[in-house]
Design a protein around this ligand. Structure first.
Ligand SMILES: Cc1cc2nc3c(=O)[nH]c(=O)nc-3n(C[C@H](O)[C@H](O)[C@H](O)COP(=O)(O)O)c2cc1C
Length: 247
């Protein structure tokens, strides 16, 4: 049985949470189990900007982030949800995502299927999904569905077509995943950082055997995308000067 984690980042259990519950019902019908976490129930301190998580894999903030980040690793897929606040994601979710910055440099959820969920009074869904999608690429995770609702269609049922792609990816062999060009370029940017800037990361990338690769795992990559992303890597590699650091 597949297990999915649904993250509610609204302080209330209202529109977004109710939509998550509808998605849970639909996933349960397909024998997929859903656990919930409400970010408000956890102690999540704001990032203080020390960058120790990036440079030394250390965080001196004593809170629940380690528990949460370890929890996320135990699921076949993740549902990330947010109400639209001021045209984008909720502050609660942003604070949480900022604290996962180490996963940009040393990704741990590579290929994890992600379903993005958001509710709004009327505007901001597009930008919210765009922001979340980019952050998921930075995690190395794999956004494969979006469900957005506004006041006009808040009570609409969740349909099979809303979750089909997410469910399919939960069962699919990763070699059949098709990363898009943005994901491939993001991978190459992360690789240049690991190889040239953050030498602390280099060993992590070597151990994962990613340095000679086009993506985190063998996936279906069209030849044109391969050529473009490889050329991008070469261009960026040349442009970026190694930093003399103590990392
Ligand atoms: C601080 C705040 C900012 C909001 N910003 C927007 C916005 O930019 N655009 C919009 O259409 N709705 C906005 N809304 C409305 C919420 O997105 C909407 O009511 C959402 O469904 C609330 O989800 P919840 O019930 O899960 O908290 C905002 C609400 C709050 C409280």
């Amino acid at each position: 049985m597949k297990k999915v984690l649904a993250i509610n980042s609204s302080i209330r259990k209202n529109n977004t949470f109710n939509l998550l519950k509808k998605i849970e019902k639909k996933l349960n019908e397909k024998d997929i189990m859903v656990d919930f976490i409400n970010l408000k129930d956890y102690n999540i301190k704001e990032c203080v900007g020390c960058e120790l998580c990036i440079t030394k894999d250390i965080c001196n903030l004593n809170d629940d982030m380690d528990i949460l980040m370890n929890k996320l690793k135990n699921y076949d897929g993740i549902i990330i949800s947010t109400p639209v606040y001021m045209s984008n994601l909720s502050g609660k979710l942003k604070v949480f995502l900022d604290r996962t910055c180490r996963w940009f440099h040393r990704p741990e959820l590579t290929g994890c299927p992600i379903l993005l969920v958001s509710t709004t009074a009327g505007s901001g869904l597009k930008d919210t999904f765009l922001t979340l999608e980019k952050i998921m690429y930075q995690w190395g995770a794999f956004p494969v569905g979006k469900i957005g609702r506004s006041l006009g269609n808040l009570n609409e049922d969740v349909k099979d077509k809303d979750i089909d792609n997410f469910v399919m990816h939960l069962y699919m062999d990763k070699c059949k995943f098709k990363p898009n060009l943005n994901q491939l370029i993001n991978f190459q940017v992360q690789k240049v950082l690991a190889v040239k800037i953050l030498t602390f990361d280099r060993k992590y990338w070597e151990d994962k055997d990613w340095i000679s690769k086009d993506y985190f795992f063998n996936a279906k990559i069209p030849i044109v995308s391969k050529i473009i992303s490889r050329s991008f890597y070469k261009m960026l590699y040349k442009k970026v000067n190694p930093v003399n650091n103590n990392f």
